[in-house]
Every structure is written in structure tokens, then in C-alpha cells.
Design a protein around this ligand. Structure first.
Ligand SMILES: Cc1ncc(COP(=O)(O)O)c(C=O)c1O
Length: 397
């Protein structure tokens, strides 16, 4: 079985976590400052503040910007649905803008169409690690003085031209969940050149509880998932995901095993230590994923269209997503029966326009139904890549 992802873990991760739990000592707080400075450098911004999750980072940025009742926030029509209630919790309205059918990222023209007198922010996602047309979006936002917030949950280390994502907008947030480019078993980071914004985020985070248990639970879930793949015990569970009626039960079980990011809580020094160790190999791991993506793309039939990466941009390939000429769900089932685990529908991203009740984002609806995220991680071999391409080409044919 070729899994869809394989979280990047090191033996030292487990040793660090075991020691922290045994001694009930989450580590030296100075590590957090060191980790913040390191991520700020990778993101090309002067300041960064560690947070308990990417979504918490987004909520704190919007709070600092004073977003509240009557305000509108433009969001990609195709992104993580969990972000919508966080915007609504502030009293604001999430307004979806459609995506491009090739890049799966925001269409600048759709953003322009959605701007009203009530627009207070634009959330620009770099989907699956591929930089969006952020410079075009900034050109649209700047005359109206609307802050652009970059959702870099998938994109630590991605670049556009000679600039790093996270450094374009007013602020950005990153995620360190287990399958993200840097896995610190949860947590996130807010980056910005606005020192006051970073100070406000840091102040809010200081009051969170420091729960080692939550971090350890996430690490255990990663270990359990990897063991389930190695022993193939995961197969019936993955098969259930392909059967209507059982899909929801299987997804609910998955959510129970994989604890969701903590809404409150503090980012812990032991997580910073894990991040500092992994960042050293980030660029090499991104290069490897790019090589895999190019290799796989070259082997696919022309009517299977890999996500287009903008010219001059470098994606992290957090996910390798392809658009099929047919609905994705039956193809995923065929892949699974041939030993290849892939993601479809909500497992990749959500049709947020449909969730919000807007029926005018046809590209998001199309991608939601026709996209498959193929296996992508550093450890894939050439033979596995060839096998994925061969099975997918046959499954689509
Ligand atoms: C597009 C997007 N934005 C934001 C987030 C939030 O990050 P976190 O899970 O750390 O809260 C995610 C998480 O997967 C995401 O996919």
C-alpha cells in the first residue's frame, strides 16, 4: 500500500517528547524565541509569534485588525471549511471568491468582483504549497487599503520570484500539523512586518494552557497511522471512506484518532526544538517533492492535469493534486483496490462557496468533485511513482 502522506518524523522527536512528559518539563522558553526568529527568516519577515494552530493564528490576526459585525472577509471558494466559522465567530461574513481551474488558487478577477464597501480583509491561500497570484491580489487590494492575509498553512518555504510566501501581505499564518512541510505535532506561526500585530498575538497566546498531553496525543496518532499503513490494517478503514453511507462513520473515526488543532493552548518549547531540527532539511525536502511532482506529471496522460505552479514560483508540494476529466470518487476507489491511497473531496479541501450558500463559484465546485491528491512524500521511490502513474492512467482511461 502506498500511503497518501507520510509525516516527517525523526527519532529525536519521540525522545524529546518522552523526556518532556516524564519530567513534566516542556523545555526552555528561549527555544520559542529562537524558533520564531528562524521561521521569520524563512518567511522573509522581521517578526513572528508562535501560536497553538494555524487557525488560531488566523483568528488572532483578524481580531487585531478589528474585524467584526457587518464586515466582510473575502476567502477562497476552495479551502478548509473550518476557517469559515472562525470568521463568523467575529460577527463578520465570509465572502467566497472563485478559484482558477489550473492553479486551484484565487482568481484575482473574482477577488476584484467581490470587493464592497464592507470588505475588511482578503484571505489569500497558497493552495497545497503553490503560491497564488499574490502580487495581482495586492494590486487589487491596495487602492482600497484592504489588508491581505496570506494563508501559508501549506506553504512554509515556498517562493514566488525571489520572494518568500508569508512576506507579501499584511500578515501570514503557518501550520505545523503532522503532515505539513514542518511537523511539530501541531502548532503554528503568525508572521508580519507589523510589530504591533505580532505583540498583540503574543500577548493573547501567553494566557493559553501549556498542555504536553495534547502534543503527545498528536504524536501517538501519527505513530498509530504509520503503523496501520505498515501492517496494512488501515485498508478496511480506507475502503470504508469510498462507500457512501460508511464514509461519514470512517471520517468521524479518523477525527477521533487525529486530535484536531487546539483552539486554545500554548505552543511549547519542546515543539520549537522539534521544529528547529526539521527546518534544517526543509529546502532539501521541498526539492525532493518537486522532483517527484515533475517525474509523476511527465508520466500522466494529458487529460489528467496536475496543479499548475505559476512561472517563477516554487511549490512545497504539501499535496500533489491533479484534476481528472471525470468525477474523482470512483477513480479513488479503483486506486485503492490497486494499493494506492489517495484523497478526494473534503479530504483535500472544501467547496466553501457551497457551504456558505453561494452558487456562483463553478470552478471551486468543479475542482471539489474532480480533484485527487496523489501520494506525495519524500520517501517515494521511482518505482512507486511509476506505479502511481500507471494505475491512475488506467483508472481514468
Ligand atoms: C488551507 C488551510 N488553512 C488553514 C489551516 C489551519 O491550520 P491548523 O490545522 O494548524 O489550524 C489548514 C489546515 O490544514 C488549511 O488546510
Amino acid at each position: 500500500m502506498i500511503p497518501r502522506h507520510w509525516a516527517h518524523t525523526l527519532p529525536e522527536d519521540w525522545a524529546d517528547l518522552r523526556r518532556a512528559v516524564r519530567t513534566r518539563d516542556a523545555g526552555d522558553p528561549a527555544l520559542i524565541a529562537q524558533w520564531e526568529a528562524t521561521v521569520a527568516e524563512v518567511a522573509g519577515t522581521p517578526h513572528a509569534a508562535a501560536v497553538s494552530s494555524g487557525r488560531r493564528g488566523m483568528a488572532l490576526i483578524f481580531q487585531h485588525l478589528g474585524i467584526g459585525p457587518e464586515d466582510e472577509v473575502i476567502v477562497p471558494a476552495y479551502t478548509l471549511a473550518d476557517l469559515i466559522p472562525l470568521i463568523e465567530a467575529l460577527g463578520a461574513r465570509a465572502v467566497p471568491a472563485d478559484i482558477d481551474l489550473d492553479t486551484f488558487n484565487l482568481l484575482p478577477a473574482a477577488v476584484a468582483q467581490r470587493i464592497t464597501a464592507k470588505t475588511r480583509a482578503i484571505l489569500a491561500l497558497h493552495a497545497f504549497g503553490a503560491p497564488c497570484a499574490i502580487d495581482r491580489i495586492l494590486e487589487i487590494a491596495q487602492p482600497a487599503r484592504i489588508p491581505v492575509i496570506e494563508d501559508c498553512a501549506h506553504a512554509l518555504g515556498a517562493t514566488l520570484g525571489d520572494r518568500k510566501v508569508g512576506a507579501f501581505g499584511r500578515a501570514a499564518f503557518f501550520s505545523f500539523e503532522p503532515t505539513k512541510p514542518v511537523n511539530t505535532f501541531g502548532g503554528g506561526m503568525v508572521t508580519s512586518s507589523d510589530a504591533a500585530l505580532i505583540a498583540a498575538v503574543r500577548e493573547k497566546m501567553a494566557s493559553g494552557d501549556a498542555s504536553l498531553n495534547a502534543v503527545q496525543k498528536k504524536a501517538n496518532a501519527v505513530r498509530m497511522e504509520q503503523w496501520m499503513f505498515q501492517t496494512r490494517i488501515i485498508f478496511p478503514f480506507l475502503l470504508a471512506l469510498t462507500i457512501p453511507g460508511m464514509r461519514e462513520l470512517a471520517a468521524a473515526a479518523y477525527r477521533r484518532v487525529q486530535p484536531p488543532p487546539r483552539p486554545t493552548g500554548r505552543y511549547l518549547p519542546v515543539q520549537a526544538a522539534i521544529g528547529l531540527r526539521k527546518i534544517a532539511t526543509l529546502q532539501d525536502r521541498i526539492q525532493t517533492r518537486n522532483r517527484h511532482a515533475h517525474h509523476l506529471s511527465a508520466l500522466l496522460k494529458p487529460d489528467i492535469r496536475p496543479q499548475r505552479v505559476l512561472e517563477g514560483a516554487m511549490s512545497t508540494y504539501y499535496f500533489f493534486v491533479v484534476l481528472l476529466p471525470c468525477p474523482a470518487a470512483p477513480v479513488r476507489r479503483r486506486l485503492l483496490l490497486r494499493g494506492i491511497d489517495a484523497a478526494v473531496g473534503h479530504e483535500i479541501a472544501d467547496d466553501c462557496a457551497a457551504i456558505i450558500g453561494a452558487a456562483d463559484c463553478p470552478n471551486a465546485a468543479h475542482v471539489f468533485r474532480h480533484a485527487v491528491a496523489l501520494p506525495m512524500y519524500e520517501g517515494l521511490s521511482e518505482a512507486e511513482l511509476a506505479r502511481i502513474a500507471k494505475v491512475l492512467n488506467a483508472a481514468v482511461g
